[in-house]
Structure formats: C-alpha cells, structure tokens
Ligand binder design. Structure first.
Ligand SMILES: CC(C)(COP(=O)(O)OP(=O)(O)OC[C@H]1O[C@@H](n2cnc3c(N)ncnc32)[C@H](O)[C@@H]1OP(=O)(O)O)[C@@H](O)C(=O)NCCC(=O)NCCS
Length: 248
C-alpha cells in the first residue's frame, strides 16, 4: 500500500501553509509559493495473544466464512472503506480506484503472504441482508520474525506451499474493513472475534497486525482489542548496538 503514496503539491501563500492542518503521513515543506507534501508513512506493528478473550459482538451482525474464490466480490466494499484513508484519499479518483483494486488484488494473490483462508470472513447485517456485505477481514501468514523484528512482515523468499498447515509463521490481520455507513457499531469487533476463534482452532497462538499513525479509528480499534505495540526503534537500536559490539 505504501507504494501508492505520491508527492502532493499545493499552490499556497505562506500564511495558508502555516494554517494548513497536518497529516502525520507526510512531511510538509514550502518552496516558492508551493506547499510540498512528501510521503512519510508511519506504520506500527502490533500483536495480540490469541488466548485472550475476543470482544463479544454487540449488534446483530452475521459473520460468514469467506472462501478465497468469493473474496474478489468484496473489492468494492474494500475500496469504499479504505478510500477514506491515506494514501488513497490523496489520489485523484481514477488513480485511487486503480490503487485500491491493485492493493486488494495483491493480498488475494498471496503477495502479502499466504492467505489463511479459514480465518477470512465477511459480515452481513441480517436486518438488511439485501444490502449485502458490510465488512470483511483478510488474514495472511507473515514470517515468524514479525513478532520480534521491526519491518519483518514480508517473506524474503516464497514460503513453502504448506506453510499455513505447518504454522510456519504468524497470522497477520492484513485488512479489516467496514463500510463507512456501518462503522462504530461492532462489525469490526465481530469479524475479529471470528478470526480469533478460527486461528485458535488452527493451533496459532498470536495474531499480528499493522496500523498507520494517521489512521485514528484503526489505531483505537487495535488498542481496544488488546493489541500491544511491538518493539520498533528500540529493537533497531538493540540490533545496531549488538552489531557495533561485535565489531560489525
Ligand atoms: C477500523 C475499522 C475496521 C473499525 O471497524 P468498526 O466496525 O467501526 O469497529 P467497532 O465498531 O468494532 O469498534 C470497536 C472499538 O474500536 C474503536 N474505534 C473504532 N472506530 C473508531 C473511531 N472512529 N473513533 C474512535 N474509536 C474507534 C473504539 O474503541 C470502538 O469501541 P467503542 O465504540 O466501544 O469505543 C473501520 O473503521 C474501518 O473499516 N476503517 C477503514 C479501513 C481501515 O482503516 N482498516 C484498518 C486498517 S486494515
């Protein structure tokens, strides 16, 4: 998703530049009558113990298993939910549509790690089933280092075909998305409860995830559900110190 960030340039006066609200995903500079926003996405790894009880759904939302073959059908819902977050919100409509479609396809194709199909779900509002899906969640398998090493969420080489069955990595909540009209009424929580139960059944013990500093609802949602921050800069400093001590 970070590959879709673009530099944004705005013609502004100095006074307008000073008063412009800031988004932490960008660095703000002013050059000769133009404000230049350079992408600086700040992503944070977090994880949750699967033995912890998942929040109980509090609204009547029906959560159904999402087979990989049906997942492309949720592409529009994904775009509606993520279209209001960075970097997609800063693109023009055509570029945003293309970036959202490519991002969703990338996860389904396994480029974000093998899909853990048994832990992917869709949510339907049973009171208004005709409206269709209101949310979805896609879980992938990340390398085991994702829990201990910063920025280690991508496999260095193709994982074995049976990596999920052999539990060779850590489940990663790659996308959880709820239609903008349906947020804040427990749909995301109901999806997470289903994910936790499914992963426990498969014998996993942790669930990793990632949130962006500029995405307040996502950060708060993770916090509410017991995700804890994984070491980031402190882990990097420890690694540099160890290398220096070893003469590297
Ligand atoms: C993040 C997201 C999935 C949350 O789904 P949701 O169904 O709205 O979340 P829930 O109703 O289950 O919220 C549970 C808790 O999360 C927190 N939370 C969620 N959205 C929040 C918001 N907008 N503001 C403040 N807290 C929020 C709250 O603590 C909430 O509990 P509370 O209402 O008792 O305080 C949803 O906002 C979304 O789809 N966002 C766009 C896509 C995205 O950014 N996904 C995350 C990255 S993959």
């Amino acid at each position: 998703m970070t590959e879709h960030f673009r530099v944004v340039e705005l013609p502004l006066t100095v006074d307008e530049f000073r008063r412009l609200p800031r988004n932490p995903a960008y660095k703000y500079e002013y050059f000769g009558g133009r404000c230049v926003l350079t992408p600086r996405p700040k992503l944070f790894g977090c994880a949750r113990d699967l033995s912890a009880v998942a929040a109980e759904p509090w609204e009547p939302v029906e959560v159904r298993h999402l087979p990989a073959a049906d997942a492309p059908g949720l592409a529009d819902l994904f775009a509606a939910a993520l279209g209001r977050t960075q970097p997609f919100e800063s693109l023009d409509d055509a570029a945003a549509d293309a970036a959202l479609a490519a991002t969703y396809r990338k996860t389904l194709s396994g480029e974000d790690g093998p899909l853990i199909e048994a832990a992917c779900f869709r949510a339907v509002d049973p009171r208004e089933a005709s409206r269709g899906d209101v949310g979805g969640v896609l879980v992938t398998l990340a390398p085991p280092e994702v829990l201990t090493e910063p920025f280690a969420g991508v496999w260095k080489g193709p994982p074995p075909a049976d990596a999920v069955e052999r539990r060779l990595g850590v489940p990663h909540l790659t996308w959880v998305f709820v239609h903008p009209w349906e947020v804040r009424r427990g749909v995301g929580s109901a999806l997470l409860a289903a994910v936790v139960e499914a992963l426990r059944g498969l014998g996993f013990s942790d669930l990793a995830s990632t949130f962006a500093l500029d995405n307040g609802p996502s950060a708060l949602w993770h916090w509410r559900h017991g995700f804890r921050l994984l070491p980031q800069m402190s882990a990097l400093h420890r690694r540099w110190e160890a290398r220096r001590a070893a003469g590297g």
